[in-house]
Design a protein around this ligand. Structure first.
Ligand SMILES: Nc1ncnc2c1ncn2[C@@H]1O[C@H](COP(=O)(O)OP(=O)(O)O)[C@@H](O)[C@H]1O
Ligand SMILES: [Mg+2]
Length: 381
């Protein structure tokens, strides 16, 4: 790996570490935000008040030297507050122009708190700004530099008119309050935050770094996980969890970004865990998706365990078989059971999407072949 790429990946890794540093149990959230930023997608953090959603978004913006805009939405927020007021002088000449300085149309990273308070005027502007990076207010279309919107909300929106907005967030992360076994840690962490220990984070990376990381995404080798990904989509569908076509496709970018965050340029099964923040619509689905992922991705671990066991058995059997000098009827049973094991290992080699496991299975197959030949020789067949 060239040094420039290694440095870039290291920087991305450090961003996650630095982002979660002041908080207890917010590593997953920090990773989710990093995924959104590397992929240039939007993320919404959903959870009860006081779970550090705003604090995380604020810190993410500080760590990136980017043009930042933040706003807390209420039902009564007017488009002008977000997109800038109309230019009266221009209006006198019959032109409809917004003064966008320091407003959302100039931001690269935006944090919108209580996003689902958006009223219909704002909603429509959000939809095009998020999808097409164009601000359209009925009169003008202007291209905007928005890269990632980080949003927060206490709950998943039920209103039908908010569903399109909800779907614009590739990442939907459900933030849980800190678990009881970490409450002591929480006290100390909040104490430090309140004492002003982390008032401002020094910028760690620039938009140029982020754009380079984003380009690198498309160099990640995804060949090992694609089939598994499709299989997981099918399982989720069987569980009644429907992932829209847009999200199905875009998930690949998240998987690639997950590999980059681990400083790899090859995606492996564990990167599929990002589906946990892409596939579910709500908290219940998030639990279900997680269970499916654990089952499917743990398959790799299960295979490794099985293969290790088979290897140990082969070693033991080999010793025994070697020690036999005359005809032994038990060898026939051995032959049968090794043929069955051979089929099993073949299946593992075919099914796994993990190259290391496949190679190990193939090695073991060769060993089993040797043992079978040995038994046949002893049996004189
Ligand atoms: N997991 C945590 N670790 C450390 N501090 C936390 C944590 N959760 C909440 N806090 C503290 O609570 C404050 C309020 O969090 P805030 O970001 O406003 O929550 P939210 O936006 O989710 O309502 C944070 O600034 C921080 O001091
Ligand atoms: Mg908040």
């Amino acid at each position: 790996m060239p040094a420039s790429i290694a440095n870039l990946l290291h920087l991305a890794h450090r961003f996650v570490e630095e982002l979660s540093k002041p908080f207890v149990g917010r590593e997953e959230e920090a990773r989710a935000i990093a995924l959104a930023i590397i992929t240039g997608e939007h993320i919404v953090l959903i959870g009860e008040p006081g779970t550090a959603k705003s604090a995380l978004a604020r810190r993410a913006a500080e760590l990136i030297n980017a043009r930042f805009f933040k706003y807390l939405l209420t039902r009564f927020t007017e488009p002008d507050e977000l997109f800038g007021p109309l230019d009266i002088n221009a209006l006198k000449q019959g032109k409809y122009v917004r003064i966008t300085r320091n407003k959302l149309p100039e931001a690269e990273i935006a944090f919108i708190d209580e996003i689902f308070n958006a009223n219909s005027a704002i909603l429509n502007m959000f939809l095009t700004i998020m999808n097409e990076r164009i601000l359209y207010d009925g009169y003008n279309e202007i291209k905007v530099p928005l890269w990632t919107m980080i949003a927060a909300s206490n709950q998943v929106p039920d209103e039908p008119e908010l569903q399109a907005l909800y779907d614009r967030f590739l990442y939907r992360h459900f933030v849980k309050p800190v678990a009881e076994n970490k409450w002591l840690e929480l006290l100390d962490a909040v104490w430090k935050i309140e004492a002003g220990y982390y008032i401002h984070a020094e910028p760690l990376l620039t938009m140029d770094h982020i754009r380079s990381l984003n380009k690198l995404l498309f160099e990640v080798d995804l060949s090992r996980i694609k089939e598994k990904l499709v299989k997981i989509y099918a399982i989720l569908e069987d569980h009644g969890i429907h992932v829209t076509d847009r999200r199905k496709g875009k998930a690949l970018k998240a998987i690639a970004a997950s590999a980059l965050l681990e400083e790899r340029t090859v995606a492996t099964e564990e990167d599929l865990l990002v589906l946990k923040i892409i596939a579910p619509r709500d908290k219940d689905e998030a639990e279900q998706v997680y269970a499916v992922l654990m089952d499917e991705i743990k398959a790799a671990e299960r295979y490794l365990r099985e293969l290790a066991e088979i290897e140990a058995n082969i070693r033991e059997a080999k010793q025994y078989i070697m020690s036999i000098t005359e005809f032994e009827p038990r060898l026939v049973d051995y032959l049968r059971s090794f043929e069955a094991v051979r089929d099993k290992v073949r299946r593992i080699a075919e099914e796994t999407s993990d190259e290391a496991i496949r190679r190990r299975a193939l090695d073991i197959l060769a060993e089993i072949g040797d043992v079978i030949t040995l038994i046949r020789r002893k049996l004189g067949i």
